[in-house]
Design a protein around this ligand. Structure first.
Ligand code: M6R
Length: 609
């Protein structure tokens, strides 16, 4: 949440700051602002709303100077407003700061600072940092920053600037991402790589507790005690175009259409040529270690949590290990039963979700073996976990997760086959069957994407309903959860997912004439039971859209409309069944005129608890 940028070099800082922020708007878009040092003084320009509002302001009032910091906000402390926008400054305007995260003890610090005569202008937690800097500055910027860090607690990525030292920017982080881009005679700071990739591919990824003093020619990294740290340069390999829309109207549609490629890239190097087994070169488990695992705990948030639910079905069925799935924000607070025979798997596209990171740390502390499935190389979660499996989806910019989800499902399927192989709980035939099924998935997704018109029509037809239900059994229920989240998130339609057999225990009361019900019926072993549940809602005059496998010639008799997915193994059907649901929510959001890539109140990377 929140995107931060910084620039120091020979050029006009504002050009990089605005461009960098435009690449980070997915992290928050409640307000935007920049502060630029012109050699004499610092000037701040900031405003509520999207970056475009700030650009309009800057058209009338350019900020000159080659040292600057900027911010795009996802509001936590204090509603979105001009005054609550970052950068924040002290009483004098001599110290300026941008922040991503939460200063947990800010109330206490604020009271103390007010007692000393400091005057606050915003409701934010961040403003205390600027006033603390003013309080501690005694001619040495670095010393003052260290004192501030001693005072504050919480999670943060912070970038500081002072009028008195126009040749440097200082930055630091704790539980929030921060990257330094290394240029020639210039350096860049950002929350995420897309902001700097057009300028440099050479980066330092800061770790928790590190502090960097950045000048135009140098980056000096130490820990908080001032002990120097030698950083390894991290080269960014992906293409700058991967983070652009490339002709699509929205990032979300681009990312939906990228799924065949993303899925293929995630699996190809891991499937044996003869389809006999799955290899994960990055995982170092022996048969003995795998046999010793008595429990798996999957922990994640949102869409990644839904991938975890599918993962539970896969691992329990194939590797025969009991699996618990937890929402990360709950995991730490329920005294989970974890020991050294527990494998904790966290799933996170961004690798930065704070709740997931905290759950990972907790599982580690309790003695579990840990593993992360993530899309971002070098992310906090990838560095914290004992072992990492990367999904190779490429950058996902739209707030709604699509290609990250399908690559997470692919990874979970491969992982379950791999674990089952080591535990000898899968036959060679079944393993081969599933692996050859996996190989077909990219082409099958492509096939669905070739014929989106009927889905678009349903979205236009039902996109103005205020309530939609998603039902399914077994793996179809897991997909229903994801379908409902997508619809809520981007089209603001109230959507509920129900295990189809559970409807009659209360929710059926909400099914009345014309209420749309999306019924997933792709699982052969519960097919007849699902049909019974479809009949229950039809009997209440719901409008039912069935999602079924090609070759199912019964479904049409029971539903109003059908969307067919290519025929697939029941384990792999979820990876296909979710595609029409992604498209349905996308077209519903477009029909309703919603801001598809930046839905209200949300942000891509959730780095607050
Ligand atoms: O980066 P993560 O996978 O850890 O993010 C977790 C959720 O915040 C995320 O999946 C969220 O639910 C998506 N916006 C849903 O589309």
């Amino acid at each position: 949440m929140c995107g931060i940028v910084g620039y120091i070099g020979p050029k006009q800082a504002s050009t990089f700051l605005i461009d960098g922020l435009s690449k980070l708007e997915y992290r928050g878009y409640d307000s935007a602002g920049i502060a630029v040092h012109d050699g004499n003084q610092i000037t701040i320009e900031k405003t509520i709303g999207r970056l475009a509002n700030l650009e309009k302001k800057l058209d009338k009032h350019q900020l000159q100077g080659s040292l600057g910091i900027g911010h795009t906000r996802w509001a936590t402390h204090g509603r979105p407003s001009d005054v609550n926008s970052h950068p924040h400054s002290d009483c004098t305007g001599n110290f300026v700061v941008v922040h991503n995260g939460i200063i947990e003890n800010y109330m206490y610090l604020k009271e103390q600072l007010i007692a000393k005569g400091h005057i606050f202008t915003s409701e934010t937690d961040t403003e205390v940092v600027a006033h603390l800097l003013e309080e501690h500055y005694d001619g040495d910027f670095e010393v003052a920053v260290k004192k501030v860090l001693d005072d504050i607690s919480g999670s943060y990525a912070l970038v500081f600037m002072t009028k008195f030292e126009p040749g440097k920017i200082i930055c630091t982080k704790q539980d929030n991402p921060l990257v330094i881009g290394l240029g020639e005679g210039e350096n860049f700071i950002a929350s995420d790589i897309p902001a700097i990739i057009n300028h440099t591919r050479r980066t330092y990824i800061l770790s928790d507790g590190e502090m960097a003093v950045v000048t135009k020619d140098s980056v000096w990294v130490t820990n908080r005690q001032g002990v120097p740290i030698t950083k390894k340069v991290f080269e960014v390999h992906w293409d700058a175009e991967a983070a652009e829309k490339g002709g699509y109207e929205h990032f979300m549609s681009k990312e939906i259409y990228e799924q065949p490629k993303a899925v293929r890239e995630t699996m190809t190097s891991r499937l044996a040529k003869d389809n006999s087994h799955v290899t994960f070169e990055e995982l170092k488990w022996s048969k003995g270690e795998m046999a010793a695992i008595t429990k798996v705990m999957i922990v994640a948030c949102g869409t990644a949590y839904h991938a975890g639910i599918v993962g539970k079905y896969y691992i329990e069925s194939l590797a025969r290990i009991p699996v618990e799935v937890d929402v990360a924000s709950e995991f730490r607070y329920r005294s989970p039963l974890v020991d050294e025979n527990t494998l904790a798997i966290v799933i996170s596209q961004s690798g930065e979700t704070l709740d997931t990171l905290a759950a990972l740390k907790e599982a580690k502390r309790l003695g579990a073996k840990t593993m992360a499935i993530t899309n971002v190389v070098g992310s906090s979660i990838s560095r914290e976990a004992d072992q990492v499996v990367y999904t190779w989806a490429g950058p996902e910019i739209a707030v709604a997760s699509t290609k990250a989800y399908t690559t997470q499902l692919i990874s979970m399927a491969m992982l379950a086959i791999y674990m089952a192989g080591l535990r000898e709980t899968i036959t060679a035939e079944r393993s081969q069957e599933l692996i050859s099924g996996l190989r077909n998935v990219p082409a099958q997704i492509h096939e669905i994407l070739e014929d989106v018109e009927p889905i678009k029509t349903f979205a236009q037809q039902y996109g103005f309903n205020e309530d939609v239900f998603f039902i399914g059994r077994s793996l179809d229920y897991a997909v229903a959860l994801e379908g409902a989240l997508k619809l809520k998130e981007i089209s603001y339609i109230h959507a509920e997912a129900y295990a189809a057999g559970e409807l009659k225990h209360g929710t059926l009361a909400l099914i009345t004439e014309g209420v749309p019900v999306i019924a997933l019926a792709t699982q052969h072993d519960v097919y007849e039971k699902t049909l019974s549940n479809i009949k229950e809602v039809k009997a209440r005059d719901a409008v039912v859209i069935g999602i079924a496998q090609q070759g199912d010639d019964q479904i049409k008799k029971y539903v109003d409309h059908t969307i067919f997915i290519p025929a697939a193994d029941k384990f792999l059907a979820p990876i296909l069944a979710v595609i029409p649901l992604q498209l349905l929510s996308y077209y519903a959001a477009v029909t309703r005129g919603c801001d598809v890539d930046k839905p209200r109140n949300l942000a891509k990377s959730v780095t607050v608890e």
